[in-house]
Structures are given as structure tokens and as C-alpha cells.
Design a binder for this molecule. Structure first.
Ligand code: SAM
Length: 520
């Protein structure tokens, strides 16, 4: 909640998570920041007298929303190129980022508000008009943009890029939206609802099936279902940038000089909520990499786990079965190099396999090799060949919603079902490729139990030569705190007890799942 809205309700704002530069100060009609304290003025000018030009920062946000809704684009890929194209300065880039990401994340809530203000189903609106409205709503309810500026600038944008007719409609609708504050809207939208999932879905802008899945995952991992609010809020906030210095190869000194702070969970990690990464030579060289701390921890847990003593003679062979684009492969490669081990990084998609090679470029060449192929064949092609195997399985990514503002609306429950057979086949292939006594780490950046515990249970149920290691303890052993609480010891189910789940609202990481399976 912004201070402009202070003193109103403390109900969280689903779109207010990513406060860029423009989100922390007032901006005037032209999109420039001002420190002057203005009230929540309603515009008095008629639409025809208002701005006819599109403010570049709002135009960028609008173009991002259009690319996402009409071309299935990824916001995090489109945004930087639109910012460059329109030559936004740092401040306007911050405003555009906040506007685009905020409007995308909070789309569920905003569409529910808009549905009350438009005299026809939203599906009958021109999609460009709907995107302009979403941008307008975000400014009105989640940013410190005075109402008159939000209205004037959004109508100006619509007039410039859609046309005069729609701009009148947009003006009329946004005036209705502006008549109430967000808490009033939420109260109105949830009045009479008794289903907690529906209420959370509206208040925190997540599809109902995702709210249901996350509640189920919390409970399966022995956590309180009441944590769902904190988890959904964490999904709606912008993640800080996490760095890792590749062990033996990189140093964080330069990052610390640039304002990064030491990470509290993983060794050789650093955090920052801002800063220009491009300025860091170590990042350009690839010896320091951007990587979520959860990903760092699961890779380190696999590298650190004790394997049986017969395997310890000679060089260990490691396998990263689903390596693209190579984040964990780079960290594992550096750890392998330190331990005198060698790693094969496998990825079926040629352009992603190239990214894996680039990620590994900073690691001594004799330590790694990249295979471009289907991971399901590796178990047959290389039976009982590896000491440690990572299966970072293709998944729905429901644990990384903070990073991908549009993905919650794009993902479907059917994706979970569709990915299930592939996840099982990849884990089965990994178990064929690992040597007896060796360990397979099954990892997902989704906490959905159909992608995590159920996959592990299904694959293990069919065989007697596998045992689960304590993944929570393995994470603790490589963490700086030694007490992450990611293990599920309070769970009543045996499989759940031995697996581990990191959470954005507790660990400030992506919701990474880890199971460690030893082949006997
Ligand atoms: C979650 S991502 C892996 C992320 C990677 N480990 C990292 O840290 O950068 C899953 C990867 O699995 C790959 N994949 C999809 N189908 C696969 C298959 N049949 N065999 C192996 N990998 C596959 C995808 O292309 C994707 O790059």
C-alpha cells in the first residue's frame, strides 16, 4: 500500500509489489516525478481537452501488455527491448517496469474491478482497450499517480495508439474505477463469498486453481494453510536480484563495492534490489552469475551429499539431465572442477544447449561436456555411469511466479497433467544413468504436489532398489544458517518427510522442491 493510500485499509495490493522508481514518488501529468504532495484530485478537464500524446513510459508498458496478450510474448523479454527502443531514462524505465509488471500480476483483481465498470463482458472489449484499462487501473489503485494524471495520461495514450472513440470509453470507465479505493473495491468484490479460495483469488490476483494447488502444497509439506496469504503476497512482490560467485572462479568483491549485500542463506551469494548488473565485469565474464538462492542451494545440496564409499575412487562423473539454459550446470560445473569431478550437461533444444555451453564457458574446459539430446535416452545410452545426477525437470514454474508476471494467467491445470509423464520418464532415465550407490536429485521450481511428491512416489513405488535421503538435512548442510526449515519433518507421510520445499514467503527464494534418491 502506498503512503498516498495510507490510513485507508491495510488490505494488500496485488499489483503494488514491484515499486520501481516511479512507484515511490509522485509523478505529474507528463510522467515526471514530483515531490509535491497533491491530493487524489479528480480530473475536471473534458477528454477532448486532455493530453493527446502518449507518455513514453506508459506507451512502453502498454506495448508490453499488448505483446503479452496478443503475441504470447514474455514480459521480461519484451520489456528491455521496448525500453531501449523508446530510449527511456532510468527513472522512466522504472516507472514502465512497475506499470507493466504490476498490471500483469494484478490482472485478475483489475479485471474483476473493470467487470463492474464496463457495461458488457470484458471478453467483448477490443483487447487493446482492455490492456489500456488495466494500465489505467494500476496507476489509480496501486501507484502514487494522482488520479487526474492517471486518467489524463491513459486517455492520451489510448487516443494516440487506439483512437478517439475508445478513449472516451476508457475515460468513462476509469472515472468509475477512480471513485473507490482498492480496499473498497475488494470489499465489494468479495462481499458474500464464503469460499476462501475465491476470496484469495480476487484479493491476491491468482487463478483459483493455483490458489488451491498452493494451499494443498503447503499442507502436504506440513505447513499451515493460513500461510497462503503470505505466499500469494510474496508472489506479487518483485524478487531481489541474487548473485552467485562460481566457487574457485569468481569473487563478489566487485558486487559488494557496487552495493550488493552478502546473501544470508548460501555461501558466495549476494543480493540487491537494484543496481546495473551490466556494469559488473565479473557478471559479463560469467564467473559471477545471476541465480536464485533456491537454485544455488539445491545444486549445492546435490554436490555436497555423501555418496557411498565404493564410488569415491577416481574422478566422479556428474550429469545434469535437463540443463538449459545452464544456471545450475554452471554452478555444478564449478563445484565439479573444485572436487576433481567431470559433468555432462544434457539439453534437447539446440539453442538452449548453446546457452548451456555459454554458461559453462567460465568453467575449465576439461571439466564438462554438453550433450544435445532427449534426457529420456540418457539412461539407455549411459547406464549406471554417473555418481550424481540432477533432474531439474521441465515444470509449470508455479514456484517462480514472482519472476514471470504473466505466467499465472497463461498456465493451465492441464499443463500439470501433461508434464507428468515426461517428469516421470526423466526421473526414470536418471535412475538408470546413476551408478549403484550414487544419488539423483529431483528438482522442480513448482511446489505443485503432482509435479513433486507424487512423481517421486510413483517412480519409487515400482522399485525396491531406491531410498530417499533427507533432503531438508542436505539443504541445511550447505546453507549458511544450517536451519532452513525446508525439510518436511512435521509431515505425516514418509515421502513428504524426506523431501524438502523452499518457499518465497519464508526463504525469499523460488519455491524449489528437492528430493534426493540414492540407488542401492
Ligand atoms: C527447469 S528447466 C532447467 C533449468 C536449468 N537446470 C537451469 O538451472 O538453468 C528444464 C529444462 O528441461 C528441458 N527439457 C525439456 N524436455 C526435456 C527432455 N525430454 N530431456 C531433457 N531436458 C528436457 C527444457 O528445454 C528446459 O531447458
Amino acid at each position: 500500500m502506498t503512503s498516498e493510500q495510507g490510513g485507508r485499509s491495510s488490505r494488500s495490493n496485488p499489483g503494488a509489489g514491484n515499486q520501481g522508481a516511479g512507484g515511490t514518488r509522485r509523478r505529474d501529468d507528463s510522467g515526471r516525478e514530483r515531490n509535491r504532495s497533491t491530493g487524489r484530485n479528480r480530473t475536471t478537464a473534458a477528454p477532448s481537452q486532455r493530453s493527446r500524446a502518449a507518455d513514453p513510459a506508459r506507451l512502453v508498458a502498454f506495448e508490453v501488455l499488448r505483446a503479452v496478450s496478443s503475441d504470447d510474448a514474455y514480459a521480461n523479454l519484451v520489456l528491455p527491448s521496448r525500453i531501449r527502443h523508446h530510449k527511456l531514462d532510468r527513472r522512466d524505465a522504472g516507472f514502465a517496469t512497475e506499470l507493466a509488471y504490476g498490471a500483469l500480476r494484478a490482472q485478475g483483481t483489475y479485471d474483476a474491478i473493470l467487470a463492474r465498470c464496463v457495461d458488457r463482458p470484458l471478453s467483448e472489449l477490443d483487447p487493446a482497450i482492455l490492456d489500456a484499462l488495466r494500465i489505467g487501473v494500476h496507476q489509480l489503485v496501486a501507484m502514487r499517480v494522482p488520479a487526474h494524471a492517471a486518467l489524463d495520461q491513459t486517455v492520451g495514450l489510448a487516443r494516440a495508439v487506439i483512437g478517439a472513440g475508445p478513449s472516451a470509453l476508457i475515460n468513462a470507465v476509469l472515472r468509475k474505477v477512480a471513485a473507490k479505493e482498492l480496499p473498497e473495491w475488494l470489499t465489494e468484490l468479495t462481499a458474500g463469498l464464503t469460499d476462501e479460495v475465491k476470496v484469495a483469488s480476487i484479493e491476491h490476483s491468482h487463478p483459483e486453481w493455483i490458489v488451491r494447488s498452493l494451499r494443498q502444497a503447503l499442507v502436504a509439506h506440513g505447513r499451515e494453510v493460513s500461510e497462503i496469504t503470505a505466499l500469494l503476497e510474496a508472489d506479487n512482490s518483485a524478487p531481489v536480484v541474487n548473485l552467485v560467485a562460481l566457487p574457485g572462479l569468481g569473487s563478489l568483491d566487485e558486487a559488494f563495492e557496487a552495493g550488493f549485500t552478502p546473501g544470508e542463506l548460501a555461501v558466495d551469494s549476494a543480493l540487491s534490489s537494484g543496481g546495473d548488473l551490466g556494469r559488473l565485469a565479473s557478471v559479463r565474464e560469467g564467473t559471477v552469475r545471476v541465480q536464485d538462492v533456491g537454485s544455488q542451494l539445491v545444486a549445492r545440496a546435490l554436490a555436497g551429499v555423501d555418496i557411498s564409499s565404493e564410488l569415491k575412487d577416481g574422478e566422479e562423473r556428474w550429469l545434469d539431465l535437463c540443463a538449459g539454459p545452464g544456471g545450475k550446470a554452471a554452478l555444478l560445473g564449478a563445484l565439479a572442477a573444485e572436487k576433481g569431478a567431470w559433468i555432462l550437461a544434457n539439453e534437447p533444444t539446440p539453442h538452449r544447449a548453446k546457452l548451456v555451453e555459454q554458461a559453462l564457458a567460465a568453467v575449465p574446459e576439461h571439466t564438462w561436456s554438453v550433450r544435445t539430446g532427449d534426457g529420456r535416452d540418457v539412461g539407455v545410452d549411459h547406464p549406471e555411469s554417473f555418481d550424481r545426477v540432477l533432474v531439474d525437470a521441465p515444470c509449470t514454474g508455479l514456484g517462480a511466479l514472482r519472476r514471470r508476471p504473466e505466467s499465472r494467467w497463461r498456465r493451465k491445470l492441464s499443463d500439470v497433467t501433461e508434464l507428468g509423464p515426461l517428469q516421470r520418464e526423466l526421473l526414470t532415465s536418471a535412475l538408470a544413468a546413476v551408478k549403484p550407490g550414487g544419488v539423483v536429485a529431483y528438482v522442480t521450481c513448482s511446489p505443485h504436489i503432482a509435479e513433486t511428491i507424487t512423481v517421486v512416489e510413483d517412480v519409487m513405488r515400482k522399485r525396491a532398489d531406491l531410498e530417499l535421503l533427507d533432503a531438508g538435512a542436505a539443504l541445511d548442510a550447505v546453507s549458511l544458517t544450517g536451519n532452513l526449515g525446508a525439510g518436511n519433518t512435521s509431515s505425516e507421510l514418509a515421502t513428504n518427510k524426506m523431501t524438502a520445499q523452499l518457499w518465497p514467503h519464508i526463504h525469499q527464494t523460488d519455491a524449489m522442491f528437492l528430493a534426493l534418491i540414492r540407488k542401492l
